[in-house]
Structures are given as structure tokens and as C-alpha cells.
Design a protein around this ligand. Structure first.
Ligand code: DLL
Length: 439
């Protein structure tokens, strides 16, 4: 597998140079936000901060955090810092109660994203001549198109297959000689399983050499399994719509954390309870400040992802800090087959039915390779008397409504009698996650 760097100078600059570069951009960005974004003008003014107050990188700590709710409250484009006609592309991921989180990008933001995706793919060894099979969803989700733009810049051959239709994907991978597979880790496991069922041997009749997997948490055990079953080298890739999508960080061949492209993102780790800044090596929530974003700039964005940042030089020669695997989230967001889902969205979907009471449970499991979820919900007293046929029809409508709100269908909805679900004296336990430890 080819090693090499997409941009040797940037990727190996000393940390001192990197910090100087970041400070220059940070000062510019704060000034830009103050002058162009009414949201940040107000936020900074309320906090008593002017752009001139940012003299060192540490001064960033004076700026208040931005959270998902800020984006939701300003849905869809209330936080823009440019005129709407400067936005050339919009993406989105699911948010709470129906409002998606919108990412709006200018031509300049798109250039940066494409450059960072090309750099990320190149880091894992993707070159011109590779056949890149992109099985992340295309559309509003940043996965499909993000990988597409990066592979395009490298000049690789792109198979923009999107998600779903596993057997057809396997056929296409074989017939078109895919060398790189890009999809969620759970889909990769499912592909491997399906290949085995079909009697296909990925190590013999395929040309696969690597895979870029992300958009959801996964473990070393899953990596081992994917690498062994598909006969490839697996790389972790991370990002979020609010920053650009994938392209924020990527593993190199050392597989010792994901390099964050610090020439475009300033990262901090904080204690999720107190908001206090933590040092390198300490586990906490990642907070990102994109340093070059123009359409929808964000300062100190709380990702809610829990990780550890290491700043020592990597054996690959890159100086950019590494984030260790994301181990969890500091909020209740669930990631089901790569799709972000909040329990409140499911609640919103089911609470629209007068036949249902307010008690429900969401059960997540991974019986085979893919996540599944089901919902158990209590009937309201009068509805409990309904005929079986009526209840079956109700179940179908609930499944449809959950799909409308979250984009995912539960594999079952169980309607239980009033009073049957356990009550809690403290915080209600709405989510039963049986996936942990399963590969
Ligand atoms: O998931 C962008 C992406 C697409 C990344 C394809 C990698 C590959 P969102 O839909 O906005 O964007 O979801 C972002 O997904 O805050 C994490 O909680 C989670 N996430 C993304 N990558 C990883 C990863 C895309 N490698 C949210 N490991 C983030 C763990 C991840 N969690």
C-alpha cells in the first residue's frame, strides 16, 4: 500500500508553525464572525468579547460554546454569514424533533472539503488508478458525496453506488474490480457476511485492498473482523455535517488515532460536565472551531463526541494531532446504521398518535452485522380495547411515522397494555442498547 503525503509541507509542519498558522486564522475567523454573522455578533457582544481580545490560541476559551440547539433554533439558514446566493450546496443530518442540522457551503467551503477529502483518501493510499466503491448514502448525508469529491480530485475511478442492495454491490465490486471500499463499518461487516453466504471469496476473486469506514462508532474487534474477512486494511474516518462532513480526521497507516487536519480545524477537549478545558491525553468531549469556513462559520462547536487528543509526533511523520477512536457521546444521540437518531425524534413520532400513552422504550440490537431497533409502546386505555386488526393497522402507521421522522424503520413495534412498561423514579430509561460488545 502506497504511503506518501498529499501535501508534505502542510502535513509535516512543526507544531510551532501549526500553532502560529492557527492563531492567524482564528483571529481572522472571529473577526469574520463578528462582522458577518448576526448570530455571532450578538453572542460575542453578550459575552463582552471583541475580535481584538483574541491574542493567543488560549484566548479561544473566552468565547462561549456553540451547541446543536443553536443550529436547530436557527434552522434552516439563520446562522449564515454570507448572502444566500453564495451557498452552492446544502447537506443535512438528522436533528431532534424533525429539524435536521443543515450544513450550507460556499464555493470556497466546497474547495476546502474536496481538498481535505482528497488528502484523507491519499493518506490511506488511494491513488489515480484505484477503483473506489462508495457505498455511503448519497444525497443530503455528507458521506456519499464527500468521498466522491475527494476521490474525484485524486483522479481515481469512482463507483457511486450509494447504500443498499448488498448483493448487487458485491457483484459490482467484483465485476468492476473495486480496490477501495467506503461505507459504514456495520455495512462492511454485512457485506462480508453476505459474500460468505453467496460463496464469494473476497481474497480471491476481488481486488479489494483497503476500506474507509466511519460515520458511526466501531471497535478494534470490528476492525480485526473486517480486515480478516475482506482481506483489506481498514481505516477509521471521522467528521460531522456541521464542520464539512467526513474529512475532519483520518487514520494513517500507523493506525494510532486519526489525524485531525489542524490547518483547518482547531480542536479542544473539554470536561462535558463543567466545560473546563482539558489537556492532551485526557479523555473528554471534542470541541471544534473550523478555521476557514465561510458559509456557516462555527466557533467552539461542542461535538458531543468523547475521545482523547494526542499531540506527539506520529511515526508516519505527520505532526497534526491525533484523536483516538470515539468511545461514546455526551448526549443521548444514537447512531443506528450510521444514521443519527435522537430518542426525542422517536418520541415525537409516536406521541402524535392519540391511541398511545406516554410510556415507551427503544430497544437497539445487532443480531447479525447490522443494527436493528424496535419500539415498545403502551396503548392508551380506550385503544387497548381495539380489535387485533385495528391494532395491526395502528402498528403499520406507527412504523411509517417513525420512518418519516427518522429515515429509519423499526423492525418491530410492540403495543403493550396500559401500565405494563416499567416506571422509573428518576430519569426514565428509554433506551435499551443490547449492541455493546457485539461485533
Ligand atoms: O457521519 C460524516 C461522515 C460520513 C463521517 C462518512 C465519516 C464517514 P453526521 O451525519 O453529521 O456526519 O454525523 C456526525 O457521527 O458527531 C459522531 O458522533 C459520528 N461519527 C462520525 N464518524 C465517526 C467515527 C457524518 N469514525 C456524527 N467514529 C459525529 C465514531 C463517528 N463516530
Amino acid at each position: 500500500m502506497e504511503k506518501g503525503k498529499w501535501n508534505e509541507k502542510i502535513e509535516t509542519m512543526t507544531r510551532d508553525e501549526l500553532r502560529k498558522h492557527q492563531l492567524r486564522l482564528l483571529r481572522e475567523r472571529v473577526k469574520y464572525c463578528y462582522e458577518n454573522s448576526s448570530f455571532y455578533h450578538k453572542k460575542l457582544k453578550t459575552a463582552g468579547i471583541t475580535p481584538e481580545d483574541i491574542k493567543t490560541l488560549e484566548d479561544i476559551q473566552k468565547i462561549p460554546f456553540t451547541v446543536k440547539t443553536d443550529l436547530r433554533d436557527n434552522y434552516p439558514l439563520g446562522m449564515l454569514a454570507v448572502k444566500p446566493d453564495e451557498i452552492v450546496e446544502v447537506h443535512a443530518s438528522s436533528g431532534t424533533t424533525g429539524n435536521p442540522i443543515v450544513g450550507a457551503y460556499t464555493a470556497n467551503d466546497m474547495d476546502v472539503w474536496q481538498e481535505l477529502m482528497a488528502r484523507s483518501l491519499y493518506t490511506t493510499g488511494v491513488r489515480r488508478g484505484d477503483v473506489v466503491h462508495i457505498a455511503y448514502g448519497y444525497g443530503l448525508f455528507t458521506g456519499g458525496l464527500g468521498f466522491h469529491y475527494g476521490a474525484q480530485k485524486i483522479g481515481a475511478t469512482i463507483i457511486p453506488v450509494s447504500s443498499g442492495m448488498t448483493q448487487r454491490q458485491i457483484k459490482l465490486m467484483k465485476d468492476l474490480g473495486a480496490t477501495v471500499l467506503c461505507c459504514t463499518p456495520s455495512f462492511a461487516v454485512y457485506i462480508a457476511e453476505t459474500m460468505a453466504k453467496l460463496g464469494e471469496d473476497p481474497k480471491k476473486n476481488f481486488k479489494l485492498k483497503s476500506g474507509l469506514f466511519g460515520a458511526e462508532p466501531w471497535s478494534e474487534k470490528i476492525r480485526e473482523r473486517i480486515e480478516k474477512e475482506l482481506g483489506i486494511e481498514a481505516f477509521d474516518v471521522y467528521g460531522l455535517t456541521e464542520l464539512c462532513g467526513p474529512g475532519v480526521s483520518i487514520e494513517c497507516h500507523e493506525h494510532d488515532g486519526l489525524h485531525i487536519w489542524e490547518d483547518h480545524f482547531l480542536v479542544e477537549t473539554i470536561d462535558p460536565e463543567t466545560g473546563e478545558t482539558l489537556s492532551a491525553g485526557e479523555e473528554g468531549e471534542l470541541v471544534f472551531t473550523p478555521l476557514t469556513k465561510t458559509g456557516l462559520p462555527i466557533l467552539r462547536y461542542r461535538s458531543r463526541d468523547i475521545s482523547i487528543i494526542e499531540t506527539d509526533k506520529c511515526a508516519c511523520g505527520r505532526t497534526h494531532a491525533r484523536m483516538m477512536r470515539v468511545t461514546g457521546r455526551s448526549d443521548d444521540m444514537l447512531i443506528i446504521r450510521g444514521v443519527n437518531v435522537f430518542p426525542s425524534q422517536i418520541e415525537y413520532a409516536i406521541m402524535g398518535f392519540p391511541e398511545l400513552a406516554a410510556q415507551y422504550e427503544i430497544i437497539l440490537d445487532r443480531p447479525e452485522a447490522l443494527d436493528v431497533f424496535s419500539v415498545r409502546v403502551e396503548l392508551a386505555e380506550p385503544a387497548a380495547q381495539k380489535s387485533q386488526a385495528d391494532l395491526d393497522a395502528l402498528r403499520c402507521r406507527i412504523i411509517e411515522q417513525i420512518h418519516n421522522v427518522t429515515g429509519l424503520s423499526p423492525n418491530a413495534v410492540e403495543l403493550v397494555k396500559p401500565g405494563e412498561l416499567p416506571r422509573s423514579e428518576g430519569k426514565a430509561k428509554r433506551v435499551i442498547d443490547l449492541r455493546s460488545g457485539k461485533t
